[in-house]
Design a binder for this molecule. Sequence first.
Ligand code: HEM
Length: 417
Amino acid sequence: MSESEISRRGVLSSALWAGIGGVAVGAATGGGAAWAMAASTPPSDDQIDLSRSYPFYGQNHQGGVATEPQRNAVYMTFRFADSADRHALQSLLARWSAAAAVLQQGKPIGSVQPGVEVQPPTDTGEAFGLSPASLTITVGLGPSVFGPRFGLASKKPALFSELPTLNGDFLDPRLTGGDLSVQACADDPQVCYHAVRNLARLGRSIVSPHWAVLGFGRASAGPGQSTPRNLLGFKDGTRNISSPADYDRFVWIKGGDQPWLEGGTYQVARKIRQLLETWDSDRVGNQQQIIGRHKESGAPLTGSAEFDTPDFGAKSGAGDPVIDPLSHVALAAHENNGGIMIRRRSYNYTDGLDPTGQLNAGLLFISYQNDPRHFIDIQNRLGAHDLLNEYIRHIGSAIFAVPPAPEEGHYLAQGLF
Ligand code: HEM
């Protein structure tokens, strides 16, 4: 089903719920049982309001972290040009901030068709006439920003450095690291693409694209959203950070050593290939043992409903643990990790086929946490023991500090300068 069909269904079913006659809708769509069903099904979060927009300024935190996950993402990291200096970085962050504020309102960042024909357009134009689609732009600064080049070493947060080599790394240098990152999420893939493309264009004398992932099908949920599925066919995001108290405790930086990063967070991005042909030939019982949950319902193996709390101590009649201690959820759960939680905000991706004709797809895993160690510790446990490792490869990786959102009239990370 295409994006426009999904949103059309959402719009139409909300129209039905608002009391517009089913006859008119049936006539407009060709009618049929599917639409009759929509009339008797309560509205769900599958409805998309493409006109929705988020402000960029004055939000304390940048969007795209706690924001209800949108359906699509484009994630790109950038490398500095050799000539980039402190002033260039400052001016880039100011230009990106101004552009992000306009893009999030669904507007072009300049003229799509300049009056003077010899001028190239300022905005590339592919989102012209499209709605804001809940676009959020999230900008991150890599550890290299605090290297000798910009004279910002004294502004480096003590907790922040490149990720060490982790258990389970199969990293491709072409998909690893980056000086800056841009995550654009929206309910229209073209809106995401347009945003990142135009930010890259604005910055092109200062930064060049390093690696990028086009994400589709959110693999996480926000409050009130139903839990989506990743490409393994399992619900992903059932147990995730969602309460303001947990955001304050585990995601937002508070009382850190760098005032410019107060209210910010750390972003970890991992491109994780899934070996789908192998996974698809596995028995469902084995798949469920590997994840620790039932496939259809998403319930833990010790429960019957998705949001039942897993009982990691439960034993079968034969005395074996019902949830395998080496299953993904047993290793990742906060109960077994000193109470630590991370905010996962991932997307599925596909790069088509690999050179051998295998499906080239996986998870663009993105997590937000106020201490990178939290990701590192969980991944080191997973990378060493997770039954899922047979079916996945961590091929890309990067870490960024995500400053808070600027106030109107200011720009991202202004406190650095
Ligand atoms: C392709 C890679 C991955 C897949 C397919 C995957 C899939 C899943 C699934 C299906 C769940 C259960 C549903 C839920 O509670 O959300 C889950 C839970 C979880 N995953 Fe992953 N995951 C992957 C990678 C990772 C990585 C790299 C991390 C962190 C380093 C991670 C951390 C977690 C955590 C913390 C939970 C919640 C566990 C709980 O509290 O029960 N996952 N994942």
